[in-house]
Design a protein around this ligand. Structure first.
Ligand code: FAD
Ligand code: UDP
Length: 385
């Protein structure tokens, strides 16, 4: 086996680096992946019973305003013209999200225009007079207490298993509040679902005569030819697994939220009429229900079966899949120590990247953009002889 470069992890970050190195540098790349499939958390594949493309680790919608990333992605897959909309089920009533004029008028049983709605929200938000110090205060300052209690407090407590007064205000600024009837979830120039699914997209990226894929192998376990002990210092490595695990948790474990998914096939052609409904009420244990057929309306689907997935959120234990970095002050201090250890390995041609390797929440387009950057700044110079 020849390896000029080892890439650990076949998510969008690892697949991008591997593809670029094989094509641009003529390098022989070995991609090692712990799971039995490529694509990382974005992975989707057809459900064997219904043929409906199911997203194994939760709904993924590709959206970007980055033209370089968009044209790179389009080399390997086409995208349909899906536009994401999310609804919330509160007190047995369905409301549009993100919070917009439709949500406000339905919730307060009124018919306000934008200016009157702005005045109403300002009145409800008046209790916050100082700079908001946490997520709860930030949310109330943006939407007022009644809407906060209906749509944010319970959902956020379930998502983060933490009281919203203890969470960073920045989390809530990801969700826009609109004083018009626009209820598109994302505002990027390009949006869609890969027509062949995420698994097929990444398989296509890695389908190159100079890329060897090793599925079901953990780079950090054992001492085989493609393991940390055998490779570091011998062959360049791009590592996209968890940074704390690479260093044996020697500076302490970083905290993550994990998700549990309960997937079911229901005997109906349409269970909820849309892809995602959020459940913000505290007495419902799950945070949202996904129904995958709605992502690909261009495909034929059975009219007597549908695939749904209930999503539950909790803190990750040592054996759980990490999904969202929590980022407490203690995490930030630990991360800085891991970053120093990682920097010391640069001389041995080891680079860390991706969601797990950088301990950052990254949307798919940002994962690809970061990988293209890692390829140019770290990998390409390694091959300049
Ligand atoms: P990953 O996809 O996590 O890939 C890392 C890979 O490395 C994994 O396959 C893992 O098995 C492998 N690995 C780890 N350690 C080892 C090891 N020691 N040996 C071998 N292999 C290893 N983004 C969007 O743009 N739109 C969305 O709608 C969206 N929805 C999301 C929903 C959820 C629930 C989550 C959690 C994320 C969502 N994202 C979304 C973000 C998206 O999942 C990430 O952008 C993407 O996963 C980042 O790719 P990555 O390669 O950095 O990491
Ligand atoms: N959020 C909420 N209610 C919702 C949707 C989102 O309170 O119906 C809050 C919640 O704190 C969440 C944050 O807004 O963590 C960001 O929402 P997004 O949908 O981006 O995040 P995710 O669900 O992926 O964490």
């Amino acid at each position: 086996m020849r390896a000029d470069l080892v890439v650990v992890g076949s998510g969008l970050f690892g697949a991008t680096v591997a593809q670029r190195a094989a094509e641009e540098l003529g390098a022989h790349v070995v991609v090692v992946e712990r799971r039995d499939h490529v694509g990382g958390n974005a992975y989707s594949s057809p459900d064997p019973d219904t043929g409906i493309e199911a997203h194994r680790y939760g709904s993924h919608i590709f959206h970007t305003s980055n033209e370089q990333v968009w044209s790179y992605a389009n080399r390997f897959t086409a995208f349909n013209d899906y536009r994401h909309h999310v609804y919330a089920c509160h007190a047995e009533e369905i409301f549009p999200l993100p919070i917009n004029l439709g949500t406000i008028n339905q919730f307060f049983r009124t018919a306000l225009g934008p200016e009157a709605a702005r005045a109403l929200i300002a009145e409800h938000a008046a209790e916050i007079t100082a700079e908001p110090a946490n997520l709860e205060e930030k949310a109330i300052s943006l939407i007022g207490r009644p809407l906060y209690e209906a749509f944010i407090r319970g959902y956020t407590a379930k998502q983060w298993q933490t009281d919203p007064t203890q969470l960073d205000a920045a989390i809530i600024t990801r969700l826009p509040v609109r004083l018009n009837y626009n209820n598109r979830y994302f505002s990027d120039r390009h949006e869609g679902i890969p027509t062949g699914g995420y698994g097929a997209w990444v398989e296509r990226m890695l389908d190159h005569p100079r890329i060897e894929l090793r599925l079901g192998e953990d780079f950090l376990a054992g001492d085989g030819p493609i393991s940390r002990d055998a490779c570091v210092g011998q062959v360049p490595v791009v590592y996209t697994g968890a940074v704390d695990r690479f260093f044996g948790h020697r500076c302490g474990a970083l905290t993550w939220r994990t998700l549990d998914f309960d997937t079911r096939i229901l005997p109906t052609g349409d269970h909820q009429g849309t892809a995602v409904i959020n459940y913000p009420d505290a007495d419902v244990p799950y945070t949202r229900i996904h129904e995958f057929r709605h992502y690909q309306p261009e495909r034929p689907h059975p009219d007597d079966a549908t695939v749904i997935m209930r999503e539950y959120s909790r803190m990750a234990g040592p054996d759980d899949d990490p999904y969202y970095p929590v980022g407490t002050p203690a995490d930030r201090a630990r991360l800085a120590r891991y970053q120093r250890l990682a920097a010391e390995l640069e001389a041995q041609q080891v680079a860390f990247g991706g969601r797990l390797g950088s301990y950052r929440y990254l949307d798919m387009d940002r994962a690809i953009a970061a990988a293209l950057d890692c390829f140019e700044k770290a990998v390409r110079p390694w091959f300049r002889h």
